[in-house]
Design a protein around this ligand. Structure first.
Ligand SMILES: [Fe+2]
Length: 318
């Protein structure tokens, strides 16, 4: 009886502990699951909010038009053309994502720069030939004393190359489809040539350069900068290109995940020198799908020609 009397409280205590443990396991497991669910829910909402914020920012950045000024040493450029200011506009992509108001803003901003010459690098439309009429009409308001010249891009050929050519010409814009012209100033001349699109058409560099000699400075318009990889003609002083859009979306550290070039990031943007020549690649003005820009704002390029330093520098040529 004595022993039984001592064991009873021990048994009660152990039973109480088991009950407590049982209750604890019943209550802590659901609390753990609930807090994990809460954490996941918060993480998903945070990710969605960050994604929406970045998307909204990228859509805004796509309309943050800016002017990028560059002075480029141009081999053999004659003295009267040194200091010539060229406005270069490319990849406008008027369409569902890039409205005509934006194109008109680009035109007004370019005219306000009062350039000597305006060059257009192709890809005027996106997702349909109906966009070429209003786009060409807007571009027809561009004004420069030495004229407005253009080449076509792959999107123009995909949606109607002939229609694009006709609309540009109808608005006073001269297309340089595998041909060139002589610009004349102060008794000197400068060759301005253009080649058709690398992906969708035939290119003829010889026809673009025409009768230019080794003493002439030659500017070449080519929508796609990959063209320069096949240029071994030393007469080409400088190529102006677009097409890569600067990558359009450029991630910190990683760079641009999508670049429509066989040469990766080489022709992403800016001045690139090759063995035979140099090419200036613009980030362009519009967007293709997705209609976003991130760390890659749209740009009007205002290029000033500088005389080349060294033996390439040439005097005036009639
Ligand atoms: Fe483009």
């Amino acid at each position: 009886m004595k022993n039984a009397g001592r064991e009873a409280p021990i048994a009660d205590a152990s039973q109480a502990l088991e009950e407590q443990a049982g209750q604890a396991s019943k209550t802590t497991a659901p609390v753990g699951r609930r807090s994990r669910r809460r954490f996941l829910k918060r993480a998903l909402w945070t990710a969605a909010a960050v994604g929406a914020g970045l998307g909204a920012y990228s859509a805004l950045e796509a309309s943050w038009l800016r002017v990028v000024k560059e002075t480029i040493e141009t081999p053999r450029v004659a003295a009267p053309f040194v200091g010539m200011r060229i406005a270069f506009l490319t990849d406008l992509h008027h369409g569902p994502f890039t409205g005509i108001e934006y194109i008109e803003r680009v035109v007004a901003r370019t005219n306000a720069l009062a350039p000597d010459l305006i060059l257009l690098g192709g890809d005027y439309i996106h997702r349909g030939p109906q966009f070429i009429y209003p786009c060409a009409n807007a571009l027809g308001k561009l004004k420069a004393p030495l004229g407005v010249y253009a080449v076509l891009g792959n999107h123009d050929h995909w949606h109607g190359g002939r229609l694009t050519s006709a609309c540009l010409e109808g608005n006073g814009i001269v297309e340089l489809k595998n041909r060139g012209v002589w610009l004349r100033k102060g008794g000197a001349r400068l060759r301005l040539g253009g080649v058709d699109d690398l992906w969708t058409a035939r290119q003829d560099l010889g026809a673009a350069l025409g009768d230019a000699t080794d003493d002439d400075a030659c500017l070449l318009l080519s929508h796609n900068p990959d063209t320069v990889e096949s240029i071994d003609d030393q007469r080409v002083s400088l190529v102006l290109s677009g097409h890569t859009h600067g990558g359009q979306v450029v991630l910190p550290v990683v760079g641009a995940p999508i670049v429509p070039s066989q040469y990766g990031q080489k022709y992403l943007r800016g001045l690139v020198e090759t063995e035979a020549t140099k090419v200036y690649v613009s980030r362009g003005l519009g967007t293709v799908t997705p209609p976003l820009r991130f760390c890659c704002p749209p740009e009007i390029n205002l290029i000033t020609l500088a005389g080349a330093v060294g033996p390439d520098r040439a005097g005036a040529k009639g």
